[in-house]
Design a protein around this ligand. Structure first.
Ligand code: AMP
Length: 461
């Protein structure tokens, strides 16, 4: 049974709930102010991580949640935190502390984008409360952040580097924290933040609740759990490989050199107006963005070398529809949450199959369907095999006018470059490849003159 309330946009968001005994938000012991905010957001039923984590978290228990973004884990920790803060107003002793010491909950997350997203969620779920959040992230001036701390924040949402800076400068104190959230702990480890996290934990009172979320459990993360969690309730939802079932996936086998043309062809052929396009490197992302701009497609790139302001502008422009294509690297794309994003394009396949799953998880969110399209050259065929192994199914191959014609690996960068003279004289293999390519493009146009969409374009073999 679903509630029939409409959100502010008139949109009802339904999240898949695999449990047979489907709970409602009102069954979880949440305050009316939170229930009203959830109606306003258009949420109908709690997702599995929410129905399993909210009751013990409200009870004050530690949580070890194995869940990735897209499962609804932000609300799973935000709702109990807000509820506990509103039901326990600050004591007189707390109010006598300087405002920059009054925060009672701290959320640590690896990237600025995730931090922003979490702040937006706290604001949305806490809209009928007076709680204040401070967002402490790197890449932007720290002055407004210091100011917001001086005005007194109930909740701090931070990336580890900036928080540690502010702690060392005495701009904030964490002595009154009751709840710590560690979000995407495995990513913190990958991104080299784990020591900062451990240092921050030393600033926190021992007597606190810890809500710990990670998508995977490498040894270092397990050790951290063992040291900071007290008899946690363990919850594990939707392992990465099964979330992709709702996303329709296609791959085009092509050459490295024809990827730009193939991409433009796909965008036109499939009438794709908006997509996130993933590249492996920052330079690759910038180069591709320039090519798309030249083709009159409104594009922005988002990666670690861009200033925080540029990243935020790109993201808000994309969400508002002013930018059609967002070319991203993996780190920067972490936490990008765009309602109803229809397409994810892997311009380059990632060498870690789990990254593919994270990438395509940007689409098909919150009950929506999504399409993931990958461009794979000969060098990436092993990556494709690993991905298919992880998701336990083959990805449908599609035909295009730009098929794979090069069946040898690219020369590694460490090998000597070909001289200009040699470059201008293609060898026999290259000559036959070029001829092959021309023939195949001609044949394709003959074969598919009346084919126009992904479905009737699917390879039959
Ligand atoms: P998260 O995993 O927290 O990043 O959430 C992923 C997306 O799901 C966000 O767009 C949320 O707004 C949305 N969401 C979270 N919980 C629910 C729910 N119970 N019903 C519908 N949408 C939800």
């Amino acid at each position: 049974m679903y509630l029939t309330n409409l959100s502010k946009n008139g949109i009802i968001k339904v999240m898949e709930n695999t449990s047979s005994n489907q709970l409602q938000f009102s069954d979880l012991g949440l305050d009316k102010r939170l229930l009203d905010a959830l109606v306003r957001e258009g949420y109908v039923t709690p997702s599995p991580i929410q129905s399993q984590a909210i009751p013990p978290a409200l009870n004050g228990q530690d949580i070890l949640g194995c869940a990735q973004t897209g499962t609804g884990k932000t609300a799973a920790f935000a709702l109990p935190i807000i509820q506990k803060l509103i039901l326990n107003p600050p004591s007189k002793t707390l109010l006598s502390c300087p405002p920059n010491k009054r925060a009672r909950a701290v959320i640590l997350t690896p990237t600025r984008e995730l931090a922003l997203q979490i702040e937006q969620s706290f604001k949305a779920y806490g809209r009928y409360t007076k709680l204040k959040c401070s967002l402490l992230i790197g890449g932007v001036s720290q002055y407004p952040q210091e100011l917001s701390l001086k005005q007194g924040a109930d909740i701090i949402i931070a990336t580890p580097g900036r928080l540690i800076d502010l702690l060392w400068q005495g701009a904030c104190e964490l002595a009154n924290i009751n709840t710590l959230v560690l979000d995407e702990a495995d990513r913190m480890l990958d991104m080299g933040f784990i020591n900062d996290v451990k240092r921050i934990i030393e600033f926190l009172p021992q007597n606190r609740q810890t809500l710990f979320f990670t998508a995977t459990m490498p040894l270092e993360i397990r050790k951290l759990c063992d040291t900071i969690l007290k008899s946690p309730v363990s919850i594990s939802v939707t392992p990465p490989s099964s979330t992709v079932d709702k996303i329709t996936q296609f791959v085009y086998l092509t050459d490295y050199s024809t990827k730009p043309d193939l991409l433009l062809w796909i965008l036109q052929e499939q009438n794709i107006k908006s997509a996130i396009i993933f590249c492996r490197t920052k330079h690759g992302a910038d180069r591709l963005a320039t090519k798309l701009e030249k083709a009159n497609i409104k594009t922005a790139s988002i990666h670690g070398d861009k200033s925080q302001g540029a990243r935020q502008n790109a993201l808000s422009g994309f969400k508002a529809g002013r930018i059609n294509m967002l070319v991203a690297t993996d780190i920067a794309a972490r936490g990008i949450d765009v309602d109803a994003l229809g397409y994810v394009i892997n311009y380059e396949l990632p060498n870690e199959p789990e990254t593919y799953v994270h990438r395509i998880g940007r689409t098909g969110r919150a009950g929506n369907t999504g399409i993931a399209i990958s461009l794979c050259d000969y060098d990436e065929k092993d990556y494709l095999k690993d991905i298919e192994k992880l998701i336990k199914k083959p990805i449908t191959q599609l035909d295009s006018p730009y098929p794979m014609t090069v069946f040898v690996k690219k020369e590694k960068k460490t090998q000597p470059r070909r001289s200009q003279k040699n470059k201008s004289k293609p060898n026999n293999l290259q000559k036959s490849n070029t001829q092959n390519k021309k023939n195949q493009q001609k044949n394709y146009h003959k074969k598919s003159s009346n084919k126009s969409n992904l479905i009737n374009n699917t390879k039959k073999d």
